[in-house]
Ligand binder design. Structure first.
Ligand code: SF4
Length: 346
């Protein structure tokens, strides 16, 4: 894949129309080309386009489907983890999960991450670059094509902080929900942030009915700042104020992600403090039995502690569920596969 060529999945429909017109083709070719691109087709597959047009397209552009560098299929559930090659030496991960309601994809928004969360494998080698909107779309298009499925739900929770790549992520959201794009309803899209409060407020002004997830992981500023350096800039009061603004503006319930780590953030004091912060708010706590990450010293909390923590929150008036852990045998926590590939382990 030649990354010097422009990725056509980066184009919106008007830009594609311009490109098609500049190549001397009639307007109706735009619709045909657009449909092929969102099916993950290569130019050679686009059999209803004239061969000369396909050859001209291949000289100037690339179609946007990503090359699969590795694919790990869970033996215990239907989860599949993909490692995609972006064509410039960089790799990103995506995870495909099967639920009763259909397929859901967890996609990456950056190569690496600046945020430095201590429990996360994605940030260990630092930040490399933002993904373009076409590269984010490309992950979904490529999984759809590889499995011959239609992904109906998307979670922006792979490698990277989505709100640190704001413009490209917004462009992605608009194209993903567009019925001429992937046709995924905003309500089926969830964006997860480590807590960039100013960007949460900016996002609230877009009034998109997506689900906002906040990676909380500790209700104490001192501990959260240690686990998540972003908390030093945006401590809990600022972050929760931004979340209130988001809820008021969109009417959407916020999800607080809380990865339970044995002996670190699963005590009664943590539950009590979490209740005092969240009680009465339009929100929901998603408790995540964290995957062990080599080199962090963090261990998964026991089933007993997870159940006790959930019960305390529920009794305190805060709605809480425990996330089903999928893909345990393929290390589905973000960043782990890319890290292994960069260390030449796969
Ligand atoms: S958890 Fe998310 S925001 Fe934090 S370092 Fe990892 S990818 Fe970045």
């Amino acid at each position: 894949m030649d990354t010097k060529l422009q990725n056509l999945l980066d184009f919106n429909i008007e830009q594609l129309e311009e490109a098609v017109k500049a190549m001397g083709q009639p307007k109706f070719r735009t619709k045909q080309l657009w449909e092929w691109l969102y099916k993950g087709a290569d130019f050679s597959d686009m059999t209803n386009l004239p061969e000369s047009f396909r050859m001209s397209l291949a000289e100037k552009y690339r179609a946007g489907r990503l090359k699969i560098k590795a694919k790990l299929c869970s033996k215990v559930d239907d989860t599949i983890k993909y490692l995609f090659d972006l064509g410039d030496g960089n790799l990103v991960e995506s995870v495909l999960m099967k639920y009763k309601y259909g397929y859901s994809a967890c996609v990456s928004t950056q190569v690496g991450c600046k945020m430095g969360c201590t429990f996360c494998a994605s940030t260990k080698a630092g930040f490399v670059r933002n993904l373009s909107s076409g590269e984010i779309l490309g992950q979904i298009v490529s999984m759809n094509a590889d499995m011959n499925i239609r992904i109906g739900h998307v979670v922006l929770m792979g490698i990277g902080e989505p709100l640190d790549n704001y413009d490209n992520v917004l462009d992605f959201l608009r194209k993903a929900q567009n019925e001429k794009g992937l046709g995924i309803s905003y309500r089926n899209i969830s964006l997860s942030t480590c807590g960039l409060a100013e960007k949460v407020i900016q996002l609230s002004e877009e009034k998109l009915p997506i689900t906002l997830s906040i990676s909380l992981h500790s209700p104490f500023d001192s501990q959260r700042s240690e686990m998540m350096p972003v908390n030093r800039k945006y401590p809990l009061d600022k972050l929760l104020d931004a979340c209130n603004i988001y809820t008021l503006s969109t009417g959407r319930r916020i999800t607080y992600e809380y990865a339970l780590i044995e002996g670190v953030n699963d005590t009664k004091e943590h539950a009590a403090r979490l209740i005092s912060l969240l009680k009465g708010k339009l929100c929901h706590v998603n408790l995540i039995p964290v995957n062990k990450v080599e080199g962090t010293g963090y261990e998964k909390a026991s089933k007993k502690n997870i159940a006790a923590f959930q019960e305390m929150l529920e009794k305190g008036g805060v709605n809480a569920t425990v996330r089903r852990t999928l893909g345990q045998d393929i290390e589905a926590a973000c960043g782990q596969l890319r890290r292994a590939a960069n260390e030449n382990k796969i």
